[in-house]
Ligand binder design. Structure first.
Ligand code: ASP
Length: 602
């Protein structure tokens, strides 16, 4: 049957009113007359009886059409196909054979009347959780994809999380205040998305990388406690846990210290966790940045499992020359991995090298003795020292990574070992999936050396506060790396949920930071003049943070990709495959904006 020929089947909704959602009927409803509306999930034609599963966002229910009892509805049901939109009037009856897999499995609806409200083309994939469709197809037909129970559930969960956040923020006295989307560049360190101005040809707005400056100005405005569930835009290379537009819980508070920000966020997180029935304990643990790096090889450590790193540089020192070591060596004991095959170890070494290791070393620990390629260089005693340092037991594998420190102040070897730690965590099933480990990371340096720019850059953004004792170091170029920031991050299960800081609230200090970042006073004025001015009109001490809502929703939903919790996400190439954007525009539109496109290669 051709799609448009089916159109004469269609009924109008008339005055029919839905009484229930498909997924909510239970045994207690038996005997009730109901009107349901939804999509045909599946149809099974047994001649005298036609069964359909009717689906809406709440779930599925089985509907039965009896040829004898309701001949008209039964005849009509013969034309139902997958994803047709139907309204059904009927009576709830107990099923002879209940289906324990389905929440509505104890009942079925005996149809007395059927309205076909719309037809549907044959969908390119079945609307099921375990679809075989590739992601491109799913994103192209996102409206069908979103009908899958898993995505529907994720979207509902996201709504609940955001709602709970809003309630908690309100209870704590925060005002939700919108800040502009058409604005000017904010220094979060990514590329801006620009929007050309028609009224001012040749001039551009930038979409906000964050509302950072505006929220600080709201503190200068005396609004005291601001929050916003806000879209931010960063034109960066994308990864599974990044999207070009993403949503933050952004907040800022006046007359506070770090402790008050932590308190507010902990309350929010505790409440957000309630949406998935998880109780998290407060206060969250604190970890210094340098300890996070040295113990876990990451500034966003996954604290659900141990496998802590050990600095093995002293144990490797006797072999420094022979092994050609240029930096430090960090390692750990992988329990029970002493039996790993040659092939498994080769894979491990590859992993380490891909993560930037100069070399990856292993020692197999056994009751009869240790074995390792390192024995030639370090001797049996040397191996023993390594094994002792990592606390490895017979049956374990000691894994050590050596890397050259390319960037001042970073423990390159620890970062590589941290990647291998995660690899083993997965491989050895050491990561309990039902555990939630939140931690505050503090003690960040204010500046980081950027190899590409050959200059100091803000580790977070240039408004991050400074430890008062370190202020004088701002004017000592060779000691900039030592300046301690008042920044902090919140991490959850190996993901950075967000970062923030107590801010600089004095204009003189802010001007010195811009200078230390290599901005001349004129450049600083040109970019942030309005903000520097605002700072001179009575700025209260203030601070804040922003948390990634998409990431929180992804982790709570147990998903691995942000795309599973965003209704209309972008691909890794920053495209919307459904709306087909970005896309070329009419030359008339470009003319109006005074823009000419150079030859571009796609
Ligand atoms: N604006 C920062 C960000 O988006 C957060 C903050 O410092 O409050 O990461």
């Amino acid at each position: 049957m051709l799609w448009n020929e089916e159109l004469d089947l269609l009924d109008f909704l008339g005055d029919l009113k839905r009484t229930n959602r498909c997924g909510e009927l239970r045994a207690a409803d038996v005997g009730k007359t109901v009107v349901l509306m939804g999509w045909v999930h599946r149809r099974r034609d047994h001649g005298q009886l036609i069964f359909i599963d009717l689906r809406d966002r709440s779930g599925l229910v089985q509907v039965v059409f009896h040829k004898e009892q309701a001949p008209e509805a039964h005849a009509k049901a013969e034309s139902l196909r997958a994803e047709f939109v139907a309204a059904i009037e009927g009576r709830v009856a107990r099923r002879e054979k209940p289906n324990p897999e389905l929440p509505t499995g104890e009942i079925e609806v005996i149809a007395t009347r059927l309205l076909i409200l719309n037809t549907a083309q044959t969908p390119p994939f079945t609307v099921e959780d375990d679809t075989t469709a590739v992601e491109e197809t799913r994103l192209h037909y996102r409206y069908l994809d979103l009908r899958r129970p898993r995505l529907t559930r994720n979207i509902a969960l996201r709504h609940k999380i955001v709602l709970e956040i809003r309630k908690t923020m309100d209870e704590m006295g925060f005002y939700e205040i919108e800040t502009p989307m058409l604005t000017r560049s904010t220094p979060e360190g990514a590329r801006d998305y620009l929007v050309p101005s028609r009224v001012h040809p040749g001039q551009f707005y930038a979409l906000p990388q964050s509302p950072q400056i505006f929220k600080q100005i709201l503190m200068i405005s005396g609004l005291d406690r601001y929050f916003q569930i806000v879209r931010c835009f960063r034109d960066e290379d994308l990864r599974a846990d990044r999207q070009p537009e993403f949503t933050q819980l952004d907040l800022e508070m006046s007359f506070i210290r770090q402790a008050e920000v932590f308190d507010a966020i902990e309350q929010v997180m505790v409440r957000a966790f309630q949406t998935i029935g998880v109780t998290v304990a407060r206060p969250f643990r604190h970890l210094l940045y340098k300890d996070a790096i040295r113990r876990y090889g990451s500034d966003k450590p996954d604290l659900r499992f141990g496998l802590e790193l050990v600095d093995l540089t002293p144990q490797f020192a006797p072999g420094k020359q022979t092994l050609g070591l240029e930096g430090s060596v960090f390692g750990f004991a992988a329990p029970g991995a002493g039996t790993w095959s040659r092939k498994q170890i080769d894979e491990l070494v590859e992993k380490g090298k891909a993560a930037g290791a100069k070399a990856v070393y292993t020692v197999k620990v056994a009751a009869e003795g240790n074995s390792s390629g390192l024995e030639k260089t370090l001797g049996a005693e040397g191996l023993k020292a390594i094994v002792a340092a990592t606390g490895a037991k017979p049956g374990d594998l000691v894994v050590a990574a050596a890397a050259k420190q390319e960037i001042k102040g970073t423990e390159a070897a620890a970062l590589v070992a941290g990647q291998l730690r995660l690899y083993f965590g997965e491989r050895l099933n050491l990561i309990p999936k039902d555990r939630w480990e939140l931690a505050w990371i503090t003690g960040f340096p204010l500046f980081e050396w950027s190899e590409t720019e050959k200059a100091w850059a803000s580790a977070q953004h240039p408004f991050t506060g400074i430890f008062e004792d370190d202020l004088d170091l701002l004017e000592q170029p060779d000691r900039r790396g030592e300046i301690r920031s008042k920044g902090y991050d919140l991490v959850l299960n190996g993901y950075e949920l967000g970062s923030g800081s107590v801010r600089i609230h004095r204009q003189d200090v802010q001007a010195r930071v811009f200078r230390a970042l290599g901005l001349s006073d004129e450049q600083a004025r040109q970019r942030f003049g309005f903000f520097l001015d605002a700072l001179t009109y009575g700025t209260p001490p203030h601070g804040g943070i922003a948390l990634g809502i998409d990431r929180i929703a992804m982790l709570f939903a147990g998903e691995k990709s942000l795309r599973e919790v965003i209704a209309f996400p972008k691909t890794a190439k920053a495209q919307d495959l459904m709306a087909d954007s970005p896309s070329p525009v009419d030359s008339a539109q470009l003319d109006e904006l005074g823009i000419r496109i150079k030859d571009v290669q796609n």
